[in-house]
Design a protein around this ligand. Structure first.
Ligand SMILES: Nc1ncnc2c1ncn2[C@@H]1O[C@H](COP(=O)(O)OP(=O)(O)OP(=O)(O)O)[C@@H](O)[C@H]1O
Ligand SMILES: CC(C)(CO)[C@@H](O)C(=O)[O-]
Ligand code: BAL
Length: 288
């Protein structure tokens, strides 16, 4: 069976109203397409928690910092729809650009605090673009639950803050990062890696895991991060944008480990920018 594809918000609302008459709960999984197992894990999680699941597919120009990145972004709608059907997703909402940004569109949603630093520092305007489009997708779908990947950990925080601050009645659920067997976090941008880059890429995750283990065992944070940064460069990455320890709950910067934390990184491998993060749990607080 095929998954129905809807392109107009009016049609989407008619379908959602029918589901509401059946008292069905509704989940949304926002994506930019080029679906891989990471996305599909969100769809499966959504199907476990809600009666109806809407996957959205919109390559959002407002969140790209470079025209080249936007132009190179993979667009594979037919294949994406074919991957969703066997899972049992109920609808693919792939809106026309005018349904999201109609003529004269002049509003932006800007989230402070959690969007500052990390990717926010290196991709100016990116999180405004994400918050704006996700606010629209939440309001257009009227979903009760939304599923996002922890791979984009700062995005998860931005979206959660936005929904709370705007009183959008939706619960934002974070799902664990899905990885290749060699540890590389799945990402639509991985297809841009050359063979040699693809072989070097998983070292980012392994260095991150090693550093997280050392910090959890009490190693000094700044020294461990300096060594990990050097190791990433030695592994063939040409630039480390950031490598930081932040509190898991609110992303505040940490110089020492005294609460559940995340170690987050963004680094360039050739012309591809990869991000990743791992949990760092203080061992002392677990045993006490
Ligand atoms: N490896 C992954 N594991 C779990 N969730 C993921 C993974 N990769 C992406 N996601 C999630 O899928 C949703 C849509 O992400 P998106 O379409 O940007 O895919 P992507 O692979 O992250 O692409 P890219 O990073 O190249 O933009 C987001 O919530 C994102 O966090
Ligand atoms: C959440 C999102 C679909 C908004 O365009 C995008 O940032 C993504 O794919 O992670
Ligand atoms: N995965 C987050 C979307 C982006 O990189 O633009």
């Amino acid at each position: 069976m095929n998954v129905p594809i809807v392109r107009a918000v009016a049609d989407l609302r008619t379908i959602v109203a029918g589901w509401r008459r059946e008292a069905a709960s509704i989940a949304v999984v926002p994506t930019m397409g080029a679906l891989h197992e990471g996305h599909l894990s969100l769809v499966r999680a959504a199907l476990e928690k809600a009666d109806r699941v809407i996957v959205t597919l919109f390559v959002n120009p407002k969140q790209f910092n470079s025209a080249a990145d936007l132009a190179a972004y993979p667009r594979t709608e037919v294949e994406d729809a074919a991957k969703l059907a066997p899972l049992g997703a109920h609808l693919l909402y792939a809106p026309d650009a005018a349904e999201i940004y109609p003529e004269g569109f002049a509003t932006a949603v800007s989230v402070g605090g959690v969007s500052e630093g990390l990717c926010g520092a290196f991709r100016p305007g990116h999180f405004d673009g994400v918050a704006t489009v996700v606010a629209k997708l939440f309001l257009q779908t009227g979903a009760d639950l939304a599923f996002f990947g922890e791979k984009d950990f700062q995005q998860l925080h931005v979206v959660r803050r936005m929904a709370r601050d705007l009183d959008i009645p939706i619960t934002v659920i974070g799902c664990p990062t899905v990885r290749e067997e060699d540890g590389l976090a799945l990402s639509s941008r991985n297809v841009r890696l050359s063979l040699a880059e693809r072989l070097a890429a998983p070292k980012l995750a392994s260095i991150l895991h090693t550093a997280a283990g050392q910090i959890a065992n009490g190693a000094p944070v700044s020294l461990t991060l300096a060594e990990a940064r050097a190791a990433i460069l030695s592994a063939g990455y040409r630039e480390v944008e950031y490598l930081e320890l932040r509190a898991d709950a609110d992303l505040r910067p940490l110089n020492a480990l005294y609460c559940p934390a995340r170690l987050l990184v963004a680094a360039w491998l050739g012309n591809t920018r990869l991000i990743d993060n791992v949990e760092v749990v203080p061992l002392l607080s677990l045993s006490s």
